[in-house]
Design a protein around this ligand. Structure first.
Ligand code: DON
Length: 321
């Protein structure tokens, strides 16, 4: 007998598709020309069942949804204490691309904003993974940058349960006008939060933001966090329980930017959004959920995605509180 879950997900997707408000992100070329009406929804349980509906085959760049995973990898690579010396855990109350560094230490407020993600990308190990020989060249893609990107892409792939690739056209487009991220990286270098040249830190961070995923990929990545770091489909341990717990805690308070408080009160699960239109939500010990719809609200969260999560949370009693 066919599971009733896909029919239910189809119905949620359909109901939430009538709201055409919001706009696609316009500061990255390939996102600006994205079809605003492509949408998809997926759920992955911690026992390894994955259900996806809508544009299931559609691939999009992961963008900020990479941030929690990079943070978790950095924690396992160098230890939580050293990560906490470089990146804080407090909501910034500002937009994702603001400087948002603590006075005194210069630490970014948290790993979910751009400043924190550029810093955590610089904390992963470079001595374990060999760079992909097929990586295209390009300004500032040094050996160190390529090794770091290879480590993170390997980690993201383990979360997703298969090899992911990078959309270098999107990455190059974003890098060409990444003036805000460059300014942030220069301030991080000034405070010695990062030690590499700022342009290299931004290059690596942007390459990782351009990893291509489907909605089922990010649902399974979320389910791996829900499952304390073990991928429910492959059975591989991707990160430690400590890294998974720390990451979910920061997602709960900071994952939806200045919409985080409202999100936690209304929907009640740790989450992370990205400017390409994805949102992941994690119900610890139970499920990873992922939505995709590129029209964004004023704080950069997907309009229809927020509605889909509202429905799912209310219908299935997912609110943690
Ligand atoms: O650095 C940036 O601006 C993008 N690569 C990622 C930003 C993002 O996804 C913010 N999410 N809502």
């Amino acid at each position: 007998m066919r599971s009733p879950i896909p029919d239910y997900l189809d119905e949620v997707l359909d109901t939430c598709s009538s709201d055409r408000s919001g706009h696609v992100a316009d500061y990255i070329g390939t996102l600006a020309s994205a079809d605003p009406d492509v949408h998809a929804l997926a759920i992955s349980t911690v026992d390894g069942s994955v259900y996806d509906v809508g544009a299931r085959e559609h691939q999009f760049t992961i963008q900020s949804i990479c941030k929690p995973f990079v943070y978790a990898l950095a924690i396992d690579d160098i230890g939580l204490d050293r990560v906490l010396q470089a990146v804080g855990v407090e909501p910034s109350g500002e937009a994702f691309n603001e400087l948002s560094l603590e006075g005194g230490t210069g630490r970014p407020y948290n790993p979910m904003i751009n400043a924190g993600a550029i810093a955590s990308h610089q904390l992963v190990r470079t001595d374990v993974w060999d760079p992909d020989p097929h990586t295209p060249g390009g300004e500032h893609r040094t050996e160190d940058v390529r090794r770091r990107v290879a480590r993170v892409l390997g980690g993201l792939s383990a979360f997703a349960g298969h090899d992911l690739s990078i959309d270098y056209a999107t990455a190059d487009d974003e890098f060409a006008s990444a003036h805000r991220n460059m300014a942030i990286a220069h301030m991080l270098r000034n405070h010695e939060i990062i030690t590499n040249p700022p342009a290299e830190a931004v290059r690596g961070y942007i390459d990782v933001c351009s990893a291509l995923v489907s909605v089922a990929d990010i649902a399974l990545m979320a389910a791996t966090l829900a499952n304390s770091g073990v991928n429910p489909v492959t059975g591989a341990r991707v990160v430690s329980p400590t890294a998974a717990r720390q990451t979910l805690s920061v997602m709960a308070t900071c994952g939806m930017y200045d919409g985080s408080g409202r999100w936690l009160a209304q929907i009640g699960i740790p989450a992370k959004s990205g400017v390409s239109g994805g949102i992941i939500g994690v119900l610890p010990g139970q499920v990873g959920i992922a939505s995709f719809s590129p029209r964004l609200d004023a704080v950069g969260n997907s309009v229809q995605g927020v509605q889909m999560f509202e429905r799912l949370s209310a219908d299935m009693g997912l609110h943690l509180m």
